[in-house]
Design a protein around this ligand. Structure first.
Ligand SMILES: [Zn+2]
Length: 449
């Protein structure tokens, strides 16, 4: 062991077994300022950066050398540190969350009396870095205040450098955290303590419905931990908007209006739609249509399966909305036509046609869900994947490959689907249970296995 060590450089010895980025963040007692201390291993860059919009709120950057701290001159989002690439660097700085939350586009939003952000906002990090290496984030909060992140329950996180550079939302502040456990994981509902327009019984009903829809679709929750931040925006009513972000974990942000009625909760599709996103790996930008197409098609199908939607309403909805996903003039295929219609409803059309072909090929014994469950093994939104590899993984669960052949046909060519012929074959219009595929239609909301 000693001999081996003799061949390592001094800096490599120092870093052996330690995370490449080791970040310790402490929230001040007033809950508005963050003091960060970080050690970066050698091998990255001689300069550190933050996003330009967040840079005005980051100050007091210092580097430690032989126990002495000295200021690092810099600004505009960039701080050069001599020899950091060769020797690593031990830095500290502060970030003013309060001031950042009052600025537009800083990346920090008010969350009750606290703040909602992605950790990259306040994280000074090497300008260029080797991805995939281990990172550690430890967060301390004063009494009465908490930190919660899409990376996991915390307060200490073993993750990767890429997941701190990207990564899901997190929050500091005083808030309630309610855990909804289901098979395979926990969905955490995080809401500010003040002015929440939704009661705890509404919240419970809402989350339990969404969690059981996910269990129905995938046999379990896609990830062990999903953080859902409920953000009241003080205007409008009902559930207004949702967004989901992965990389190393998953965070969903749901915007709520001033009032949320029981009916808003019962009829909401947003939470289930966003949770379905967590089952699919992050894909390249060209394939965003698949990321949106799956939840757009699947969420109403789950309502049908669970009896929360009538078959009539389900088919009426598909019939009226799927045509929005057909190629228009100058379409260049799903991968090359990033319009709203092709992204959401073109993606849903892909899923519907795939579901139909899977049911036809298996005599109704298999459905798109069999393929989606196989695709979940890729790791969900916490990881990144290649679309062709992912679709092949879905096909591997089927009696006959459907997804890759359909992708090859549609990715770069405008394929118009003869929906009227499909509605006729399924006996949707005119309604006909004895249509050639009337039995497939009647079983659409059943397990199919
Ligand atoms: Zn979506």
């Amino acid at each position: 062991m000693k001999l081996l060590c003799a061949f390592l450089s001094a800096s490599a010895m120092l870093w052996a077994g330690a995370p490449a980025w080791d970040i310790h963040a402490r929230l001040a007692a007033d809950g508005r300022r963050l003091a960060v201390e970080a050690r970066f291993a050698p091998g990255d860059a001689d300069a550190f950066m933050v996003d330009p919009a967040a840079a005005p709120f980051l100050s007091g950057v210092e580097v430690e050398s032989a126990g002495q701290w000295r200021a690092v001159p810099g600004g505009g989002g960039r701080w050069p540190v001599a020899d950091a690439e060769a020797r690593g660097a031990h830095l500290r700085w502060t970030f003013d969350l309060g001031a950042a939350s009052r600025a537009r586009r800083s990346g920090v939003r008010p969350f009750g009396t606290g703040f909602l952000f992605r950790p990259r906002v306040w994280l000074l990090r090497p300008e260029t870095f080797l991805p995939g290496r281990a990172a550690r984030l430890v967060v301390d909060t004063p009494p009465g205040l908490s930190f919660v992140s899409g990376l996991g329950p915390g307060p200490s996180y073993a993750t990767r450098v890429d997941d701190l550079d990207g990564g899901p939302e997190a929050a500091f502040g005083a808030f309630s955290l309610t855990r909804f456990a289901a098979k395979g994981g926990v969905i955490a509902a995080i809401a500010p303590d003040e002015n929440l327009p939704i009661s705890s019984s509404q919240q419970s009903r809402w989350f339990k419905t969404a969690a059981s829809a996910l269990e129905d679709a995938y046999g379990r929750l896609p990830l062990p931990w999903t953080a859902v931040f409920l953000l009241p925006v003080g205007q409008g009513s009902g559930v207004l908007f949702g967004s989901t972000r992965g990389e190393g974990g998953a965070a969903i942000v749901v915007l709520l209006g001033q009032r949320v009625s029981d009916e808003d909760v019962t009829e909401d599709w947003v939470l289930t739609h966003e949770l379905i996103h967590t089952a699919l790996p992050d894909l390249e930008r060209d394939h965003h249509w698949l990321e949106e197409g799956i939840p757009t098609y699947l969420e109403p199908l789950l309502r049908l399966r669970e009896g929360r939607e009538t078959a009539e309403a389900f088919w009426d909805d598909l019939r009226s909305k799927l045509p929005q996903g057909q190629p228009q003039a100058e379409d260049r295929g799903l991968d090359r036509t990033p319009t709203w219609g092709r992204t959401y409803w073109g993606g849903a059309l892909f899923c519907f046609v795939a579901d139909l072909r899977i049911r036809e090929a298996s005599g109704g014994k298999q459905t798109l869900l069999d393929a989606l469950r196989a695709m979940l093994a890729a790791g969900g939104i916490a990881s990144h994947d290649d679309i062709r590899r992912l679709l092949a993984q879905g096909d591997s669960a089927l009696t006959k490959p459907v997804l890759v052949p359909l992708y090859d046909a549609w990715a770069e060519h405008p394929e118009t689907v003869d929906l009227d012929a499909i509605w006729k074959r399924l006996g949707v219009t005119p309604k006909d249970d004895r249509a050639p595929e009337g039995a497939l239609r009647q079983d659409w909301g059943k397990n199919g296995k």
